[in-house]
Ligand binder design. Structure first.
Ligand code: ADP
Length: 319
């Protein structure tokens, strides 16, 4: 029942995968050992980095030894016009972005079988991988991560772009452990800003209630604020608030605001206050990005000066 543009709600909900006959990314052929861009510059294929619902990602090294990530999409998976339009939109939006906390778009080219989107490499995996290793993340670290994420989302929204698929698995670490938002596959430009979007899309655990309202309500920038709330909850409590085995149950819980803070958690009241406001069912009542940064949780708690690769495995000492 959930209509999904291109890869939409299939961008990693385990629950949806078993229903799909085949992931589109499985159509993606391993690129040849050297791929050339339009100017003839050669890129040597390296390690396989990962795969989403739509693309496979490989390391690529240029002639000077610089390493990039190539998001590889099989042409066989973009046969229909709608999928083609979606991919072109992803490229157009991502290409126009330039922010220290957004994965840098380098180039885009194709051969007979694949389209290659060359990106800044993020070799330290995503926030999802960090959470998997750590199980829980400390409040000062989450404060640090949230500040970077909010900075990038402010940049997006100022440019009238809604990301619509913000989630731990789409936020990567660069070599210096700065966060970079990636995957613009569901991003959309809102022009004029008052216009609403009606396509139901996103990843089940992160979908805002107004998105599930579909045609009746429409959605806008506030869906990204909601997703920030989901990520903050997941990092601090170890799992997203509306988690359930069945996707329909997740949606029911989201619509009816059915979540609870684990009783035995030491997470501060200030953090809970902020999460509660971010996860307001009424999008107009959620705080703005500037307001979020003024909450006590941001202004009164310790703030690390940086995060090191150590954080990927264990809680850093001394913060
Ligand atoms: P899809 O559009 O199919 O969801 P993603 O953009 O999520 O594809 O990329 C698929 C996978 O490739 C990611 O889960 C991640 O493991 C890896 N990946 C994507 N971008 C990068 C990058 N810039 N650096 C390193 N790995 C990346």
């Amino acid at each position: 029942i959930i209509r999904t543009p291109a890869k939409a709600a299939v961008s990693k909900p385990e629950t949806h995968h078993h229903r799909r006959k085949q992931k589109l990314s499985s159509l993606c052929k391993t690129p040849p050992s050297v791929v050339r861009n339009r100017n003839g510059r050669g890129y040597h294929r390296g390690l396989f980095l990962g795969e989403g619902g739509f693309a496979r990602c490989f390391q690529m090294k240029d002639e000077t030894g610089r390493i990039f990530a190539a998001k590889t999409v099989a042409k066989a998976s973009i046969k229909n016009e709608k999928t083609k339009t979606k991919l072109l939109s992803e490229i157009k939006i991502h290409k126009s972005m330039s922010h220290p906390n957004i994965v840098k778009f380098i180039d885009c080219f194709e051969d007979d079988v694949n389209v290659y989107i060359l990106l800044e490499i993020c070799p330290n995996h995503s926030l999802m991988d960090l959470l998997k290793h750590r199980k829980l993340v400390s409040e000062p670290e989450v404060r640090f991560f949230m500040t970077q994420i909010i900075g990038a989302v402010k940049y997006l929204h100022r440019r009238m772009v809604i990301h619509r698929d913000l989630k731990l698995g789409n936020i990567f670490f660069d070599p210096d452990m700065n966060l970079k938002i990636g995957d613009f596959g569901l991003a959309t430009i809102i022009n004029p800003p008052s216009r609403r979007r009606y396509t139901i899309c996103g990843t089940p655990n992160y979908i805002a209630p107004e998105v599930l309202g579909g045609k009746k309500t429409g959605h806008s920038f506030e869906v990204d604020i909601w997703a920030i709330g989901i990520m903050m909850f997941a990092l601090l409590f170890g799992k997203p608030p509306f988690q359930a085995k069945d996707v329909q149950i997740i949606y029911e819980r989201i619509k009816h605001d059915e979540y609870a803070f684990p009783a035995d958690s030491p997470v501060s009241e200030e953090a809970r206050v902020l999460i509660r406001d971010l996860l307001n069912t009424d999008p107009t009542k959620r705080p703005s990005l500037d307001e979020i940064l003024q909450y006590d949780w941001f202004t009164c708690g310790p703030f690390p000066s940086g995060v090191t690769v150590e954080s990927l495995k264990r809680e850093p000492r001394g913060i």
